[in-house]
Design a protein around this ligand. Structure first.
Ligand code: PLP
Length: 436
């Protein structure tokens, strides 16, 4: 696929002096977002306008780069069967339903929810447009005036949901998943309902949570375990001897992958990564789904996903059933090729799972921007992750592999990293061991 869209010559707007009302807004300190703001304004690998794509190659201005910042893990964004299926849905349903879900939903919603629940092996599922909507509404609705515990490294959207929950009267606290003894002490005396929130496959380290220990702990205290598996759904799934790769079969998420059940467990996942679509879900019992239909704000008050997203979600599920395991086997091969190459360079990564999110930390966090520029100039588009998005010792570059990447692209990335090792102090395996 290769199409060029030239931007029209737009008249530039006159730059006016800002009134005091706007100045008061902009005079507010950036606080923890200062470094992110600085990078966004100055670095070519942030806030970029992509002019053209060709497979996993992207053009930014006159620069062609290989995209290793994409979350389209299965490459379904480029899948011809899915692309060709969309117009038929648009003909039948128009571009957008535009009712809030409380008022009405096209039949596609029911079809996706049923297919999804069967794929996950969960009792039921409720669709909303994004995980962000879910964190901000479902988390507060579940916990009410009870107690919410959010893992300290969970995604920012979960912490934002906790702020809303606190405003509605919940007692909110953070915990560390490597100190479950402390969580246990606090759970014992906290009010009900109790909800413990963690990431599934972590968006920076690429690793899964200690799910069995967490589930045992929450069940013992009549608490719910809420798992945000944005990056696991579609990539990892139930394990069986016939699985096409160590990622398991069917891509039905981290709970099935780690052999857990949905007893007292809420699985949240999204289509915006592995399925390349704008849709997200909460897997829960049907009675809880009915409760959320009245209490989760976006179900009641917000617009739904566009028809093109519902169509790519629905057809994506069909493609997953037919070809998903073969795609995951390819994704695993490409990721292993990269991880083997990284080991060959003596470099350390936080990734201990083999899943396709590979963060390489820097010894010196101040080198993040120069490293990002070095990669950009050599045709690599990767996420440079600053503090406080990750802890200072984890500042570095995040590589995401997708099934639409090629062996040649992985080899080029490794060659560029081999050059980078000479110039930038990346954490090596012996250094990482010494720091254990
Ligand atoms: C772990 C995690 N949770 C939630 C989100 C937000 O997902 P959505 O784009 O569906 O709002 C992301 C997106 O990057 C994520 O990585």
């Amino acid at each position: 696929m290769s199409q060029t869209y030239e931007s029209p010559d737009l008249p530039s707007s006159p730059v006016s002096a800002l009134s005091p009302a706007w100045r008061h807004v902009l005079d507010q300190p950036m606080g923890m977002r200062a470094e992110l703001d600085r990078l966004r304004r100055h670095a070519p690998f942030y806030d970029a306008t992509v002019d053209e794509i060709d497979g996993r190659r992207i053009r930014i201005g006159d620069h062609w780069l290989t995209d290793f910042a994409s979350c389209n893990y299965l490459g379904l964004d480029l899948d011809q069967e899915i692309i060709e299926a969309v117009p038929e849905y648009l003909d039948r349903w128009g571009t957008h339903p535009s009712w809030s879900r409380l008022i009405a939903s096209p039949r596609m919603y029911d079809d996706i929810e049923h297919t999804l629940a069967a794929l996950l092996g969960a009792e039921d599922a409720l669709l909303l447009p994004t995980i962000t909507h879910i964190q901000l509404s479902v988390l507060p609705a579940l916990v009410g005036k009870g107690a919410l515990f959010v893992e300290v490294h969970a995604h920012q959207t979960a912490h934002d949901g906790a702020v809303v929950a606190a405003a509605h009267g919940a007692a909110v606290a953070r915990f560390r998943e490597d100190r479950l003894d402390r969580l246990e002490r606090r759970l014992r005396t906290s009010p009900h309902p109790r909800v413990v929130c963690v990431d599934g496959v972590h968006s920076m380290t690429g690793n899964g949570p200690p799910l069995a220990e967490l589930a045992a702990l929450t069940r013992a205290h009549d608490a719910l375990l809420y798992v945000d598996d944005a990056h696991g759904f579609g990539v990892v799934g139930e394990r069986d001897p016939a699985a096409s790769s160590p990622y398991g079969s069917r891509g039905n998420g981290i709970v099935r992958h780690l052999g857990e059940t949905y007893d007292d467990l809420v699985l949240v996942g999204g289509f915006s990564k592995a399925y390349s679509s704008l849709l997200a879900f909460v897997a829960c019992p049907t009675e809880v789904k009915e409760y959320l239909k009245s209490t989760a704000g976006p179900y009641v008050f917000s617009g739904p996903s566009p028809v093109a997203s519902l169509a790519t979600g629905l057809v994506g599920l069909r493609v997953n059933a037919e070809r998903g395991d073969a795609i995951r086997a390819r994704l695993h091969r490409l990721t292993s090729r990269f991880l083997d190459g990284l080991r060959g360079l003596g470099l350390f990564t936080l990734n201990a799972s083999g899943f396709p999110i590979i963060e390489i930390p820097l010894v010196d966090a101040a080198q993040a921007e120069p490293l990002g520029r070095f990669l950009f100039e050599r045709g690599i588009f990767a996420s440079v992750v600053p503090f406080p998005v990750v802890p200072r010792e984890q500042v570095g570059v995040r590589i995401q592999v997708t099934a639409a990447n090629t062996n040649a692209e992985i080899d080029h990335l490794l060659a560029v990293l081999a050059e980078a090792v000479e110039r930038f102090p990346l954490v090596s395996v012996p250094q990482a061991r010494a720091g254990d």
